[in-house]
Structures are given as structure tokens and as C-alpha cells.
Design a binder for this molecule. Sequence first.
Ligand code: GDP
Length: 289
Amino acid sequence: MFDLLIERFNKSLSKLSSTRKITEKQVNDVLREIRTALLEADVDYDVAKAFLKRVRERVLTEDLKKNISPTDSIVLTVYEELTNILGGEKADIKKGTVLFVGLQGTGKTTTIGKVAHFLKNQGFKVAVASTDVRRPAAMLQLEKLAERVGVPYYRFDETSPVSIAVKSKERALKEGMDYLLLDTAGRLHVDEELMQELKQIKEAVKPSEVLYVADAMQGQEALRVAKVFHETVPLTGVILTKMDGDARGGVALSVKSAIGVPIKFVGVGEKIEDLEVFYPDRIAQRILG
Ligand code: GDP
């Protein structure tokens, strides 16, 4: 993950010599290289443009930081702005009913298992349920995952997704759960019926979080779909899956600016443990090497 950015950022920033003065031309040259790197890594065009504008303005106008070289000062500015576009602060998961939404095949069900495992390890009481009544196989997949993680799976003899959602929430409250992780129907494409169903579930259970599960490998397309979801059921966060297979990682840099919600976790493999909390500052540090 981020291999390309790490390599390219290193290369461009290392061109700044450790001299005491850096010319505007040098700054422009470095920023031009960073721009190419960002776009090659599939960072949203507007996000890249705004990022470079801020870095350039700060580097050329702010007083250089005391006690560090001009080069380090530029690297620090890039680091701060990178942290910023990655979302700034680490985002928490609010207790309550957490709705997972997204298209089929993005890794939504697997991710619910991972998040259940993560929260359980943190000492929270977690239950899971699925409203994907059209795909019994998906429900069974979640039930098996819950069994492996060791958290209850709520099953109801119901055909209405909204009823399942409401009954699951009631049961979770009764059983004193900190979190109810609720899977929703996944389709291959966005359709009106799916959106209406999500809207109804959302209104019925008033979730604490609506998390959009996106496949990082799908690049900018994942963001376009996320925006469509966001218009119908306002999202509170994104989980990017399959980051282990995406050496570019540009989507991770684009989510916050493009949709306005933070990335909360990233999926980095198929196993239940393969989930990382998304720390913008640590990621920025990793990118800068
Ligand atoms: P759903 O249709 O969205 O519920 O998708 P699934 O949870 O069934 O996942 C689809 C495929 O993606 C499965 O083969 C998962 O093992 C795989 N998958 C999910 N998350 C990740 C991830 O972070 N990394 C990798 N490499 N594979 C993942």
C-alpha cells in the first residue's frame, strides 16, 4: 500500500539539498513531481490540486520553522498537509447501531467480521445481523463469521429488511450490546430499490454510524459510487478494503476531501485480523518514509 507514493515522494523531496536557502524554482520543481506522483497514484485531481496549492502557499509565505533546515521545513509542511487530507484526527466508531453499506463484492461482509473481532478485542459487547434477505448465502456467510469471532448473530424468521433491522436493534438494546453491526443488501450496481431500502432502514433504526465499505482497487469509481450513497443515506465514515492489493492507494488520500467523511479502517487482507485503524498522521509519516 502506497508503494508508489513512498518511492516518488522520497525521490522528489531528496532533491532538495540541505542548503540553507531554497529557491522558488526548486520548490516548484519538487511540487511538480509530487503532483505527478499524486495523479499516478490515482488521487482525485481536485484533491491533488488543492493540496499542492496549500503546500506551495505555506512554503513560500510562512516563516521557516525555527531550528530546522529549509528542507526539513518543507518536508514538515508536506507531512502536515498530507495528514490533513487523510482526515486529520483518527476517527472513532460511535456506540450503537452501525450500518454497513456498499456494493456487492467490495468485502462488506468480511469487513463486518473484522470490525466485530476488533471491537470485541477492545472489550466491547458486539452483535451482528444481516438484512440482506435476497441473498441467503450472504446471511449465512455473516453467521459463520460471527461464530468464528465469537459474537452473537441475530437471526429472525422475517422477510422484511426493515423489520429485521428494528428487531435486531431491540434485541441488542435488551442484551446490553455496545455495538450492533448491521449488514445491508449489496448489489452489483446502485439501484433505486436498494437506496430506498437503505433509507427506510436508516430511518427505522437511527444508526450511530453509516459506514461505506469501498474496494480500494476500484480507484476513483469507488468514490463516485460513495457519493451516490452519501446523497441518499448520509455516510459517517468509510472503510477501504483490499488496500493490500492496491499499491497506489490514491483513494485513501481522496476520501475525506471528496466526500467529507473520514476513513475509519482499512482492510489489508482476507483474514479476520487484517484490519487496521486508520491513523492519518501515521499514514502521512509512512508515505514520507
Ligand atoms: P461482499 O459481497 O461485499 O460482502 O464481499 P465479501 O465480504 O464476500 O468479500 C469479497 C471478497 O473480497 C472475498 O474473497 C474476501 O476475502 C475479499 N476481501 C475482503 N476484504 C479484503 C481485504 O482487505 N483484502 C483482500 N485481499 N481481500 C479482501
